[in-house]
Design a protein. Sequence first.
Length: 178
Amino acid sequence: MEFDFIIVGGGSAGCVMANRLSARSANRVLVLEAGPDTPHGKVPAEILDSYPGTAYFDQRFHWTQLKVYTQPIPHNDPTNRPPLRKYEQARVLGGGSSINGQLANRGAPYNYDEWESMGAEGWGPSSASANATWTSKVHTTATKAGFRSAASFRTSGLPMPMPRRRPSSNRAMPIIPT
């Protein structure tokens, strides 16, 4: 077979690139992934499990022998090398996005005070916290879209509501849902 594009690695970036390139029906795109095949309807239970550790600790989905130096190597004495460390990289369609977990931590009250003082009205600790507001918006959006829960919405492939508002200064500003 002949292909217009060959993408080596079906990780997060490789899959996005394949999706974009194949959006034009004239393009023939091949994605080469060394990990196990995960066709629709036959995705391993470990990948589908809501607890990310199930897939993360399964060696079928990792390059188990990758090692790297995490400290500088002295060029004047190449025999004095630091120890090699394990380098974890996913080996499955979707890459690390298929096996990694995600969590959110509620910020400290002084963060919300600062954000509100910078113009993010309603984000101070006396009003609803930023995380609760964002979670509520995701839940509302998910419900309106016909999903039973925010979790099923997050895995639906629909975009999450996360627009940004630029501050007038160069200081960091939270992501503020609209």
